[in-house]
Design a protein around this ligand. Sequence first.
Ligand code: ADP
Ligand SMILES: Nc1ccn([C@@H]2O[C@H](COP(=O)(O)O)[C@@H](O)[C@H]2O)c(=O)n1
Length: 201
Amino acid sequence: MLIIGIAGGTGCGKTTVVNQILNELPEGEVGILSQDSYYKDTSHLSFAERVKINFDHPRSIDFELLTTHLQELKNGKAIHQPVYSFVKHNRTGDTILTHPRKVMIVEGILVLSNPELRDMFDIKVFVHADTDERLIRRLKRDISERGRDLEEVLNRYQTTLKPMHNQFIEPMKEFADIIIPNNKYNTVAIDIVRTIITQKL
Ligand SMILES: Nc1ncnc2c1ncn2[C@@H]1O[C@H](COP(=O)(O)OP(=O)(O)O)[C@@H](O)[C@H]1O
Ligand SMILES: Nc1ccn([C@@H]2O[C@H](COP(=O)(O)O)[C@@H](O)[C@H]2O)c(=O)n1
């Protein structure tokens, strides 16, 4: 199994890059684990308490479950990937049955920040987009898709997202094998990653 880790700040385009990589590849050959699925279960908290969580700090992620799941996939076993709701700030209780594939992609803002997880990656990718570009994308996406308003996004950006990005995400570029510049759609970089994957299939 070839395991590719794809990191980068919120709004840099990780999900978009993954979807572009998957386009034109045979269906069912590449599996995805999303770090967002592994936000810790917060069922014991009220909604008002959940809103206050720092979702950009590594402690908000259940890395133990994520690495266990990746190891199980490596061992040829299927796993039940949790489904996360950005509207409820919690897992939904549903899971997606995820089968082991020849190539597994693990994507998320902090996937290069956890040493155990990082060591499992054969190829480490960092997607870069400028800070202002990411904030604009995040604003548009969170308002249209994640049930947020301008005030919520900007407040979270100033209080937690920006400092956590500088502390835990940006320095992870150091570990990357490939850095994809993604201020604009980057078809050349996507083709390169797709070629690496195709060689493995
Ligand atoms: N290269 C790009 N140029 C313009 N918009 C982009 C680009 N890549 C992604 N987007 C848009 O930015 C938003 C955030 O992208 P997404 O892939 O969800 O980022 P991430 O998964 O890194 O948070 C989405 O609305 C997406 O359509
Ligand atoms: N309940 C939550 C959980 C996470 N976030 C934000 O999501 C960002 C990571 O997801 P991307 O798809 O943008 O990579 C992260 O910056 C968290 O702030 C949230 O807003 N609410």
